[in-house]
Design a protein around this ligand. Sequence first.
Ligand SMILES: [Zn+2]
Length: 406
Amino acid sequence: MPAANRDLMRAMNRCTVLRTIRLSETISRRDIANQTGLSQATVTAITAELIKDGLIFEKEQQGATTGRPPVLLALNPDGAFVAGVYVSSDRISVVVINLEARVMASHELPLDSNVTDPVQVADRVAESVRSCCISHGFLPDDISGLGLGIPGLVNANTGMVHFHPGFNQGFNWSNVPFRELVEKRTGFETFIENSSNALAIYEHWFGEARGCEDFLVVTLEHGVGLGIFADGRLVRGAKGMAGELGHIRGSSKGTECRCGLNGCLEAVASTYSILRDASKLVKQGIWETDKQPEEITLEDVIDAAKVGEPSLEEIIRRAGKVIGYRISDLTRLLDPEKVVITGKSYLARDMLFEPLVRAMKERRCAVFGGMPELIIQPWQAENYARGAGAMVLQQLHQNCDLHMPG
Ligand SMILES: [Zn+2]
């Protein structure tokens, strides 16, 4: 066998063994051989290498009373670390996670509204990653790779960002080689993905959708995002832009969307549209607040709605209802087992989700087998960064490239 083929075969076998160990809590060498079809000798050689690399360790079986207890192998969660970064319009969130996607370090850098140039943003990302690592005692050599989660249109294959909903007003992010910009500045092997897709990868590997082949992750943020898993695979589409739920038709009234189309879902039912409509109420003198219309935040709107500003509550409820109808449409299109809904809009709780769920129930139909399991997940700012890190873990595992750095 030529040397190149031998190396490839070895890498594939290493990947197979590592995956088998990852999917079992603990497993013996004999069971790995049985499950993978590899010889005992090959399994012994590969597991010795993985132990030497610190990726797995031996665990003696507890409770065996007779004979020599079989030695079991388990994944070492701290065998490698990766960084995950989420770049929103107003902040950069960074986490360092271990092989189980547990957050070991986190850091946040607020972004000034005048920082919209891709080079400036990439500089800030590199600075944030450095700060996150240094302040928690991680050296650059400790990090095996970096994942970027970006809201908007991202081509994971080319590393290009084609639209960023938060930055496009200040700088045209139409063809930005953002993965390359960050990779050059950090020196880490870098992967990029739409942030909703990255979150879906996290849910599939570590979260609510573990073991689930068909599910959706809907993210309710400034825009409306979607990660689709079908038949166990993330659906990216021909140009990597599948799942743009925010830009399907949400209304026939033709409200202009930030993408340039009219009547998109996020133009009528998103944090962006809620803030736009709430600002109008301030200008019309219907909602009295100390803030200027352009300074209003989602938290301001929710707080005022809670203390009895009915026009604001109505804006949030209307958004929930429209989103519920569109998710219902998606369930008939894609037949998911589960739908996970999360995002900063979670802060609105029942005001948003009660009409959302009611709209889905209204469109429920026994012919299609009822509704999928609906999981409304509490929101944390670092979730997207962790999703971006989980995407790197997936890449490292799938490319058989998981190694101890340095
Ligand atoms: Zn649009």
